[in-house]
Design a protein around this ligand. Structure first.
Ligand SMILES: [Zn+2]
Length: 58
């Protein structure tokens, strides 16, 4: 573990629910992403758009 990779491994606060989470994608924790996916509403679409902006469209 010589490299100090700050990309995704550090626990940080979820921008949606405020919980500290190890797994986050563009600021949302895993459980929020699951909830958004189930609801499939506007917030999920917005999150998807942010993911595309961050990682590129696929
Ligand atoms: Zn969350």
């Amino acid at each position: 573990m010589a490299d100090d990779d700050t990309s995704t491994a550090l626990p940080q606060t979820c921008v949606r629910c405020g919980q500290v989470a190890l797994l986050r994608i563009v600021g949302r924790c895993g459980s929020c992403i699951g909830t958004l996916g189930l609801e499939g509403g506007e917030e999920y679409a917005a999150w998807r758009a942010e993911v595309k902006a961050e990682f590129g469209a696929k």
